[in-house]
Write a protein that binds this ligand. Sequence first.
Ligand code: ATP
Length: 461
Amino acid sequence: MQKIVALCKRRGFVFPSSELYGGFAAVYDYGPYGVELAKNIRNTWWKAMVQDNENIVGLDSSIFMHPKIWEASGHTSGFSDPLTECKECHARSRVDHLLESVGVAADEKMSAEEIDDLFAKNADKLKCPNCGKNNFTEVKKFNQLVQSNLGNFTDDWAKEPTYLRGETAQGIYVNFKNVLDSARVRIPFGIAQIGKAFRNEITARQFIFRKREFEQMEMQYFVKPEEMMSVYDEWKEKRWQYYLDLGFKEENLRWHKHENLVFYAKEAYDIEYNFPFGFKELEGVHARGDYDLTSHSKASGVDLSYMDPNTNEKYMPNIVETSVGVDRTFLAVLTESYTEEGSDEQARVVLKLPYQLAPIKVAVFPLLRNKPALVEKAHEVFTALKKEFMCEFDDNGNVGKRYRRQDEIGTLFCVTIDFDTLEGGEDGAKDTVTVRNRDTMKQERVAIGELQAYLNDRLTK
Ligand code: ATP
């Protein structure tokens, strides 16, 4: 984990937020390569959801919504984690995580009584992760919704706060009718959304795995009640396959069944990934029943039930949800692709990112930076290639150093313009360049005129 965190900082993937001011817990910024990787992650998800399915449409709802939405959804009363504080060092911890660390199965969906009971039974085994002492306050439920004064001009806005959304899903439920009335969709259909969510997470110890401001990619699939479980099984399969298609090793993924279901859920599984700190939730795939639309119907007074245009049957749609974080995918992708190879002089760190995710597809180098003819030719090649691929021009240090740097950011191909390119050598190499493959480190001589086709062939497979 430390190596990944260091690489992220060194190469401009992830920076701690507000670093100049000492940082801001559990908030991070994406740097130049991070922003590309995150965008590519969003794009692959969007393609797998919206482009590849004829009945899934997109949405971009607002971060701020009417506060009644969070009441109706149960978030203002129930969106909480069990919290305890160390009386010695005042570090706060999630009680379910403390229990898990000593092998006691627990999760945040348990009732207050269940958690209290487990906490009391195991109290002597628990240690503060910060100072190692065993002296905790009583458990209290801590609501994770982040409050704001948006649209409230009184001084005591905290009594009637507006919330920064705790999940993107609610924006989808409250737009269900709008989408149904405006897009050419019929049940079964899905609505996909990518956007920021905010949670007052109690602990902030696992880099971008658990952020207070993060990004979700959620898809809510609306189905006939009797079809929910079969559709649910299909989505479980599709989401598993999504990670395999991204090159994840199957042994680094596993299903985790929720034993403590929220009262309305029919079934819930998480896809867990083998992060550097062990298997943890990457994505939730949940069969949610009709709770969401029923609650919003009741609270808003607008009937959200569906009338089947063919059979005139009326029912409240059931929902299958798939929900994953951009940031957790980012960390999983880095974990999966971080590779150390060779030893001594030959040692290198390489991010073996799949081609769709690599921030830079092709780097272009002039062999020497102080030879204007080489630099000019390299610029010419770079300008042509960058119309097609995300490219980078690099003339810093020697070529070996540039390869190492590009390996560390996962660049798939490096193209070097040398004297043979300009003049041709004994073997008549004029107007050819050296193309070096990130994974095999093999170099090939390719004619400039064929370069685009050569790369295209290898970058779309
Ligand atoms: P956890 O149990 O780890 O707190 P959760 O069960 O609360 O997660 P969900 O509410 O199901 O998470 O959110 C769906 C997805 O959103 C998660 O699978 C995860 O990928 C992402 N996510 C949730 N909370 C965070 C966070 N604080 N930081 C980054 N990603 C998050």
